[in-house]
Ligand binder design. Structure first.
Ligand code: IMP
Ligand code: MG
Length: 176
C-alpha cells in the first residue's frame, strides 16, 4: 500500500490562497482578468482562487498531455483541449497546479504569447525548483516544495487522490 505524508495542510493552503488572491487583486486592480486553468490538476485551485478575486473575472480551461500514469515527464506537450475564449487584448492569467520540469508552462507561455494578450502571467500553487529542466517565469507561486511526487488538492496519481483537501507526498512502499 502507498503511504501519504501530509506536506501542506488544508489551513495552510487556504491561508496561502488568501495571500495570493490579495496580491492578484492589487496587481490587477481595475482590470478584467481571464483565468485560464490547466486541466485537470488545477480545477480545485482555480475554484478556490477565482472565488477570492474581484468581479471582473472570466474562467476558461485548457488541457494538455504531458504525463501518463507514470510519474515522469514525457517531455512532449500536446494541446488536448484549447481555450474557448480569445486571448487578444485580455489579461490572461494561467493557473497551474504544479510546475515540475517547466516544460508544460514554457510551451504554453510561448504559444499563448502569440495570441496577442494584453498581459500573460502565471500563478502556480506549487513549484519544485529542483526539478526544473527548462527555465520558465512563474510570477506567482504558492509554495516551493521538495522534488518529490505529491498528490491531493487536484493532483493525482493515476487519477486518484485529487479530492484530498491537503497536499501529501506519495510513497510507494515495497511490495510485500
Ligand atoms: P512539467 O511540464 O514537468 O512542469 O509538468 C507539469 C505537470 O506535471 C503538472 O501540471 C502536473 O499535472 C504534473 N505533475 C508534476 N509533478 C507532479 C506531482 O508531484 N504530482 C502530480 N502531478 C505532477
Ligand atoms: Mg497540471
Amino acid at each position: 500500500m502507498p503511504t501519504l505524508d501530509v506536506l501542506l495542510s488544508e489551513p495552510r493552503i487556504q491561508a496561502r490562497i488568501d495571500e495570493l488572491a490579495a496580491r492578484l487583486r492589487a496587481d490587477y486592480a481595475g482590470e478584467s482578468v481571464l483565468l485560464v486553468a490547466i486541466l485537470k490538476g488545477s480545477f480545485v485551485f482555480v475554484a478556490d482562487l477565482c472565488r477570492r478575486l474581484g468581479e471582473d473575472i472570466e474562467v476558461d480551461f485548457v488541457q494538455v498531455s504531458s504525463y501518463g500514469d507514470e510519474h515522469r515527464s514525457s517531455g512532449v506537450v500536446k494541446i488536448k483541449k484549447d481555450a474557448d475564449t480569445s486571448f487578444e487584448g485580455r489579461n490572461v492569467l494561467l493557473v497551474e497546479d504544479i510546475v515540475d520540469t517547466g516544460r508544460t508552462l514554457s510551451h504554453l507561455r510561448e504559444l499563448f504569447g502569440t495570441r496577442r494578450p494584453k498581459s500573460l502571467r502565471v500563478v502556480a500553487l506549487l513549484s519544485k525548483p529542483d526539478a526544473r529542466a527548462v527555465p520558465v517565469e512563474v510570477e506567482y507561486v504558492g509554495f516551493d516544495i521538495p522534488n518529490e511526487y505529491v498528490v491531493g488538492y487536484g493532483l493525482d496519481s493515476a487519477e486518484r487522490y485529487r479530492n484530498l483537501r491537503y497536499v501529501a507526498v506519495l510513497r510507494e512502499s515495497a511490495t510485500p
